[in-house]
Write a protein that binds this ligand. Structure first.
Ligand code: SAH
Length: 347
């Protein structure tokens, strides 16, 4: 059976006609699905019981569930979502002032195998369907209201997976979340983060992507980046730079670079110089991220003085630099850590 959230509006109308219902009911049902975010037919209270029963006979309604939830001292909350097939991904809520940022996953596991990332060690399991990505949003939005008295205000695609390798589902999920007659979040409050998948960046440019784009750069030195991010092999730094210039020219947007400081790997003076040079062709903002050390990690976060020097060098080059404090360290909030712990616990 097809899932009710996998059909188009027209298909829903056709179904309604086939069971002798009025076409306009599609709008009511659509609102329950894509604006109110219900999790079952029974919650569609203005739909007759007989129609709800007929829908349940024709369609499944596969809604994710929160399998695990952890709270940090800093109010960050981390969730493990379980889907119908038992597969899990994670999401994080990060409250800060009036803002509540949700970090969502786009794939179960990830094929890119960045050497510092917990998700990378799991390998790729499958893509998330757009309805499964929307589930993360809907479930966390509800919890955000309960926990912080405020729904989600911002979304970052920085959970598990590479969003540009699940392009269509991520785009449809964003459409659903931003639709005026849907959840209505402004696209400017969404940031998609990529490890640097060039084909996807060009596709975003060509469709005039209305959200923010962040690139996990982590090194502007080919030899270093190839080791820590194997995606570099087929998406060279040189070609990535050209794609980002194209993106900037098409959209007028500045690029955000994420840069994880790993001690003695990418935090030297030379690394800072390379980074500054790499950023010259387009306006950028650099987010310096503190490394969340993973258990079996071979990497360590940079020493404070090294970090300061690195940041000061960039600032002296008049670059926009943001320093992101690591959140939720006590709950293993870095990409892939919670699900991986869960897997290890059940081994
Ligand atoms: N695949 C996408 C999105 C998921 S990763 C991307 O690469 O951007 C989201 C961010 O978390 C990336 O910048 C990634 O490099 C970073 N990250 C991964 N493991 C981390 C860790 N242990 N500590 C801090 N950041 C980490």
């Amino acid at each position: 059976m097809t899932d009710i959230r996998h059909i188009t509006y027209e298909e829903l109308e056709d179904f309604l006609l086939s069971v002798n219902e009025k076409k306009f009911r599609a709008k009511q049902i659509w609102t329950w699905l894509w604006q109110k975010g219900v999790g079952s037919f029974d919650e569609m209270t203005n739909v007759s019981l007989s129609l709800r029963t007929q829908m349940a006979e024709h369609f499944t309604f596969r809604r994710a569930e929160i399998a695990q939830e952890a709270h940090s001292k800093d109010k960050t909350a981390k969730f493990a979502f379980r889907y119908e097939d038992g597969k899990m991904v994670e999401g994080v809520l990060i409250p800060s002032g009036e803002r509540v940022t949700a970090c969502v996953s786009s794939q179960v596991g990830c094929p890119l195998r960045c050497s510092f990332c917990a998700t990378g060690t799991m390998g790729f399991i499958r893509n998330l369907h757009y309805s499964e990505i929307v589930d993360e949003f809907v479930l966390m939005n509800r919890r955000a209201q309960e926990l912080y008295g405020n729904g989600i205000t911002n979304i970052v695609f920085m959970g598990m997976g590479e969003p540009l390798l699940n392009f269509d589902n991520v785009m449809t999920a964003i459409d659903k979340i931003t639709a005026k007659d849907g959840f209505g979040l402004s696209p400017t409050r969404i940031t998609l983060s990529t490890a640097g998948v060039i084909r996807g960046i060009k596709k975003l440019a060509d469709r005039n992507f209305p959200c923010g784009l962040a690139v996990s750069l982590h090194s502007a030195e080919p030899a270093v980046r190839e080791v820590i991010m194997p995606v570099t092999e087929h998406n060279s730094l040189h070609d990535l730079q050209a794609a980002l210039l194209y993106y900037h020219q098409k959209t007028g947007q500045r690029i955000t670079f994420e840069y994880l400081l790993l001690s003695k790997v990418n935090d030297t003076r030379q690394a800072a110089e390379k980074l500054a040079r790499y950023c010259r062709p387009f306006p950028v903002k650099i987010n310096i991220i503190e490394y969340n050390e993973t258990e079996d990690g071979i990497y360590h976060r940079s020493y404070p003085n090294q970090r300061e020097e690195f940041i000061n060098y960039l600032k002296n080059c008049n670059m926009v630099v943001n320093v992101r404090q690591s959140k939720g360290q006590d709950i293993a909030a870095a990409c892939g850590q919670l699900v991986k712990q869960g897997q290890e616990a059940t081994k």
